[in-house]
Each structure stands twice: as structure tokens, then as C-alpha cells.
Design a protein around this ligand. Structure first.
Ligand SMILES: [Zn+2]
Length: 94
């Protein structure tokens, strides 16, 4: 039997953090580090070379895995495996 996933962060935090993965051009570009909570990679923002153009607002960073699940350190959220795993399980597990 697989163990149920145990969250470190609260649902409230994980829900609020999700806003930072869209319209985040300025935030990503001013961050030193960013992470993707789909593939759980942590990388430098200058590695982001694909942006999703939205009708309004700023562009949205696309991870090289192809998913718009990139959050920059400038958002104030911790960019580490624990946080990204929590985000992954909150938003990508069914
Ligand atoms: Zn990714």
C-alpha cells in the first residue's frame, strides 16, 4: 500500500502560490532561482526560453518540460524540493 502524501505546507499557502505560475515575466526575470512544480526541477531563470503569451497581462514562463508551473524565488515562496513536491501533489495529483 503506498503511503498517502504528507503535506508540509498548508493548502492555503499552496493555493496562493499557484497565482505566481502565471503572468510572471517580471517576477521570474528578477528572481535568482526558480522551480517547476510539475517536473520538480530547480533552475536559473535565464534557462526559461519559452513564454506563453497571454491575451492580457504578462507572459507566463514555460518550463523546459513544457508546463507552465514555474515559480520564481522572488515570489517569496521557498524554491526547494519540499515546496515543489507539495505544489505538485496539490495541483497535479488526481
Ligand atoms: Zn518542468
Amino acid at each position: 500500500m503506498p503511503k498517502p502524501y504528507k503535506f508540509t505546507f498548508t493548502n492555503k499557502i499552496l493555493t496562493a502560490a499557484h497565482k505566481h505560475c502565471t503572468n510572471n515575466y517580471d517576477a521570474i526575470c528578477s528572481s535568482k532561482i526558480c522551480g517547476c512544480f510539475y517536473c520538480l526541477e530547480i533552475f536559473s531563470p535565464d534557462k526559461v526560453d519559452h513564454w506563453l503569451e497571454e491575451g492580457s497581462g504578462q507572459s507566463t514562463a514555460l518550463c523546459y518540460c513544457g508546463i507552465d508551473a514555474v515559480i520564481g524565488g522572488q515570489s517569496g515562496y521557498p524554491i526547494n524540493k519540499t515546496f515543489l513536491s507539495d505544489m505538485h501533489n496539490r495541483w497535479f495529483s488526481y
